[in-house]
Design a protein around this ligand. Structure first.
Ligand code: SF4
Ligand code: SF4
Length: 357
């Protein structure tokens, strides 16, 4: 992760964004939000005009660039002798200009908070060198969300104001973006495209302060006791609510696949039919799927849907705070938006706040 470096704020005109992005694509692989039918996804940007900084939320979070849905951990060949190739041996962080680093443009504060969450849990509790390498290779331009999205509760989750983990942070200001330069890498990016930036005036600094203060008041805050949820869950383990939820849930796992904080995976060895070579691959997995807790001998620790629904909530709101003192939910609302059974995270957590019976 890049060291922090605070410099004076800058202004980037909206009309200059396509040129700025196109210039970045000459030295970096650039990802950002683009339209996909009526929704948005993070995708590769080849032309700056594709970028949609007015997006509300994306189907999948930008987590997919740090922990890909499917990733080769090692390649091996068995003949004429055992040879192992590990992608961790090819580290690419020394220079911006070697053409191998990537930049994600336009990440909202909820997803910046989720990246911070992974920075903690995937170094302190479950060190993940593959994710750490991608994190070092990635550069982040955040954008302040000024309009609440439909199912989100980022303010309740304490994720509304996060800028940590971004190298540059943008705030929409009339026909421009106000740019906070937060790290040395952010400064290098600005220097690389310096003709497109101008210094922010004191009036613009004051305007942005007002915009952020107004946002703090205007965003919904439906879960006033969010930080107390770990304690409240202690009394809810045997509650009937898990059976009620279990009767509605299909056990499809979609809620975990779209979640920016979920990080479970499964590992499989794939060997060519002629047994001369193969690879070890990890793929996203979900605690909501029936075989997630199935072990050798046929025992399943969570064979029923209610037990899996309860596990998901306890893991995010009780186990993870015990491990790193941070709740594993940033209030992005993607699980609610995606759930085919209409299970709403705000309603579920409100029920726990009320006693969870
Ligand atoms: S649990 Fe739901 S609301 Fe919370 S971070 Fe995951 S997808 Fe977003
Ligand atoms: S998306 Fe909804 S139905 Fe599917 S596993 Fe999650 S809670 Fe259950």
């Amino acid at each position: 992760m890049a060291p922090k470096k605070k410099t004076s704020p800058l202004i980037l005109k909206k009309e200059d964004i396509p040129n700025f992005v196109s210039k970045l694509t000459q030295i970096l692989t650039v990802y950002g939000p683009v339209a996909k039918k009526s929704q948005f996804i993070f995708d590769t940007i080849t032309d700056g005009t594709q970028l949609r900084l007015d997006y509300d939320t994306t189907i999948l979070p930008p987590k997919k660039y740090f922990i890909p849905p499917e990733e080769e951990m090692v390649k091996f060949s068995l003949k004429p002798e055992l040879k192992i190739q590990n992608p961790l041996d090819e580290k690419n962080t020394e220079s911006l200009w070697n053409g191998k680093r990537f930049l994600i443009f336009g990440i909202h504060s909820c997803d910046l908070t989720a990246i911070k969450f992974h920075d903690h849990i995937l170094t302190q509790v479950y060190p993940d060198p593959y994710r750490a390498q991608r994190r070092d290779e990635g550069i982040i331009i955040g954008v302040n969300c000024l309009t609440p999205c439909e199912d989100g509760f980022c303010k309740s989750a304490g994720a509304l104001n996060t800028t940590e983990t971004a190298d540059l942070m943008l705030t929409e200001l009339n026909n421009s973006y106000y740019v906070d330069v937060l790290t040395t890498i952010g400064k290098e990016i600005v220097d690389y495209c310096k003709t497109q930036f101008s210094s922010a005036t004191q009036q613009q600094v004051n305007q942005v302060k007002k915009i952020i203060a107004h946002r703090a008041k205007s965003f919904p805050d439906p879960l006033k006791e969010f930080q107390k949820l770990p304690g409240q869950l202690e009394d809810s383990y045997e509650g009937e609510m898990w059976n009620r939820l279990g009767r509605r849930c299909f056990g499809c796992g979609a809620c975990t696949m779209v979640c920016p904080t979920c990080f479970c995976f499964d590992v499989k060895d794939q060997i060519e039919l002629d047994t001369t070579k193969g690879s070890r691959v990890r793929k996203w997995d979900s605690c909501q799927l029936v075989d997630f807790a199935l072990v050798a001998g046929g025992h399943n620790f969570r064979p029923t849907i209610p037990s899996r629904v309860r596990y998901r909530i306890y893991h995010k709101f009780w186990i993870e705070p015990e491990q790193i003192n941070q709740i594993g939910c940033v209030g992005c609302g993607r699980c609610t938006h995606t759930c085919p059974a209409d299970i709403d995270m705000i309603e579920l957590l409100t029920e726990i706040e009320k006693g969870g019976n």
